[in-house]
Write a protein that binds this ligand. Structure first.
Ligand code: ADP
Ligand code: MG
Length: 377
């Protein structure tokens, strides 16, 4: 059986390079209310492992006996937490549920449209009081707490995140056993934090997920292969490691394809590894780049297409010539794309791509302009 998991949101067979973040989070749970890790914001590009880190944070908390609410910042976030998660956990924490808990459960979302409109910008009593009730129950029963995780935080969910932030901040002030971990794309999070109302999120402990070092990548590939009953030669492993560029999604995708190259063989050799890497590199475009590009404006994409003419870092002066625009204009898009972490500065006047393989993808698709035909603004 193939051990690798090149699927967004699916935890890998071996999570590498994140021990420190997880250890510090555990320290934060032990450290009690006031520990900075109890409000954490995970950022990273697509495929760097934000969602699986949330899974890992949840597992860490659960193994300390904490209750977990795992959510995504889509419409109705506050309603789901107030009317679904908290009532469920209240019953779980107190099996001899009292009248008030049962009442809470018997009116799911039943507060009506009017309440919803008038209370949009204030913490709803239901949310705060249920969280208070739950933390008090847990404190009576030996002192565990509640972890809330919210994936894909984005400006569109600002109203709900603001309410949630105010509620959690209040719980912190009352020294309740509560922790929060949010995750989102760096540009989405920066955009969110620029709003001066989300003080809670701005103060959160930022954890930026980067690419993983070579030794960690080698472990992430070799250990699952061996655990699944096959092996890989040292040379083949080096080829596979190089092929990932340390990018977590590619670790899984390369792993899958080197495994598949010749599944009948017990040993994965250099040929299979090379074959697998080539295959993974071809597939990553559809899986990652297409969606990353879909988030950008048409002008952003033409800037990237102009960069793809170069084999290495691009000179901003060359880009101005290619795009037939002045330097101020180039500077503006350069800043936007750096903020979106699609490109990064490489010394004076130079920029390069951050995602492995994006250059090749752009070259292949620039002609068909399949991604440039969107109706995005
Ligand atoms: N630290 C890691 N080690 C090995 N594989 C990882 C790691 N982090 C993520 N992955 C793998 O990368 C892929 C993308 O992870 P995901 O959490 O969905 O990314 P994101 O939410 O940032 O887009 C998944 O297949 C996951 O198993
Ligand atoms: Mg994700």
């Amino acid at each position: 059986m193939n051990p690798f998991t090149p699927t967004f949101g699916t935890s890998p067979p071996l999570l590498v390079g994140r021990d420190r973040d997880l250890d510090e989070f555990r320290d934060g749970l032990y450290g009690g209310p006031g520990s900075p890790e109890r409000a954490t914001l995970v950022t990273g590009l697509r495929g760097t492992g934000k969602t699986v880190m949330l899974n890992a944070y949840e597992d860490a908390a659960a193994s300390e006996g904490w209750l977990v609410i795992s959510e995504t910042a889509t419409r109705g976030l506050i309603d789901r937490i107030t009317h679904e998660h908290l009532p469920r956990l209240l019953i779980e924490a107190d099996p001899r549920a009292t009248e008030s808990h049962l009442t809470a459960v018997s009116f799911p979302g039943g507060l009506g449209v009017e309440r919803e409109v008038t209370e949009r910008h204030t913490p709803r009593p239901g949310l705060r009081s249920r969280l208070t009730e739950l933390t008090e129950l847990l404190a009576e029963r030996g002192g565990s707490g509640v972890l809330l995780t919210v994936d894909e935080v984005h400006r569109q969910g600002l109203d709900d995140l603001r309410i949630l932030g105010a509620t959690i901040q209040h719980a912190f002030r009352e020294r309740r056993e509560v922790a929060f971990v949010g995750a989102g794309l760096p540009s989405a999070v920066d955009d969110l934090l620029s709003d001066d109302v989300s003080t809670f999120l701005r103060r959160a402990d930022r954890r930026h997920l980067r690419t993983v070092g070579r030794d960690d990548v080698a472990q992430a590939l070799a250990v699952p292969i061996r655990d699944a009953g096959r092996d890989i030669t040292p040379d083949a492993l080096q080829i596979a490691v190089n092929g990932t560029g340390g990018y977590p999604f590619l670790i899984q995708l390369v792993g899958l394809h080197i495994w598949r190259a010749d599944p009948g063989q017990g040993l994965i050799d250099v040929d299979q590894a090379q074959h697998g890497v080539d295959h993974a590199r071809r597939r990553i475009g559809q899986l990652v780049h297409a969606s990353a590009l879909a988030d950008l404006s048409t002008v952003d994409r033409s800037f990237l297409a102009a960069m793809a003419h170069d084999d290495g870092p691009s000179r901003t002066s060359d880009l101005a010539t290619r795009l037939n625009v002045d330097r101020t204009y180039v500077g503006q898009y350069r800043r936007r794309l750096i903020a979106a972490e699609v490109i990064e500065p490489r010394g004076y006047g130079l920029v390069d791509f951050t995602l492995p393989g994006l250059r090749d993808y752009l070259r292949e698709h620039a002609a068909s302009s399949h991604w440039a035909s969107g109706d995005e603004t």
